[in-house]
Design a protein around this ligand. Structure first.
Ligand SMILES: N[C@@H](CCC(=O)N[C@@H](CS)C(=O)NCC(=O)O)C(=O)O
Length: 231
């Protein structure tokens, strides 16, 4: 079967998995999951019991959740024995970067999401926003150092870490926590990613605008259709 990526809107971290699928050229379909309503439903929990996106329904009918696991699954499926094969230095470098993005960077936004999604009093909201803003600034400074002369996160070659970064870094604008200008290497990378056809495609998919694939996108399926295939 053709794999299905369950992606979350609005502004889910699944964005990076869409970009990765496009870059790798694998055939795939998409299933749109509204957050928080559908993602927490009993129907979707059959796909991911944790009630989160992304999840990948693989070509052999298994579900794989967690961005790191999905990105590694896709990479090994598309390029078995390639530069990023397990055991190679590039594999460790990629996973180190993905882990930083998936823990330190992703986690830095947690207080901002909490403040955004809950109706706290003004004092709590201000405290959460101040903490989140500081955490995000620290993560941006670290990323700017890690990029070095880049131009990509891992150096001269683009990797799936850049795909994942594209989905998380846009939250800076979403939460209005200052621009990326104090971090020139990061800002340049972010801007380069905005011009990428796969990133443009992922934005268009999320906004339900006309989306032109440069990869192997084969269309959207509903959750009902996807569940029928799972069965
Ligand atoms: N560790 C997970 C985190 C997944 C996650 O937190 N997904 C969010 C969207 S970015 C979600 O589905 N949230 C459910 C909700 O907002 O109700 C991963 O890296 O895939």
């Amino acid at each position: 079967m053709t794999p299905i990526l369950f992606y979350g809107v609005p502004s889910g971290c699944s964005f990076g998995s869409i970009v990765a699928l496009e870059w790798l050229g694998l055939p795939y379909r998409l299933c749109r999951i509204e957050m928080p309503e559908v993602v927490s439903s009993a129907a979707y929990r059959r796909i991911n019991p944790v009630g989160e996106t992304p999840t990948l329904l693989t070509s052999d009918g298994r579900t794989v959740s967690e961005s790191l696991a999905i990105l590694n699954h896709l990479l090994q499926a598309a390029q078995p024995g390639g530069r990023f094969a397990p055991g190679r230095p590039a594999f460790d470098h990629l996973n180190q970067m993905l882990a930083f993005l998936n823990t330190s960077y992703f986690g830095a936004f947690a207080p901002l999401w909490y403040a955004y999604e809950t109706q706290g009093d003004a004092f709590s909201t201000q405290a959460l926003r101040a903490y989140g803003t500081e955490q995000v600034a620290q993560a941006h400074a670290h990323l700017n150092t890690l990029i070095g002369t880049g131009p990509w996160l891992l150096g001269e070659e683009r990797s799936l870490a850049d795909a994942y970064l594209a989905g998380i870094a846009r939250w800076t604008t979403y939460h209005d926590v200052g621009g990326l200008s104090p971090y020139p290497a990061l800002e340049a990378l972010y801007q380069r990613l905005q011009d990428d056809p796969a990133v443009r495609f992922a934005h268009a998919v999320e906004r339900q605008e006309e989306a032109r694939t440069t990869g192997g996108f084969l269309g959207e399926v509903s959750l009902t259709q996807a569940l029928a295939e799972l069965a």
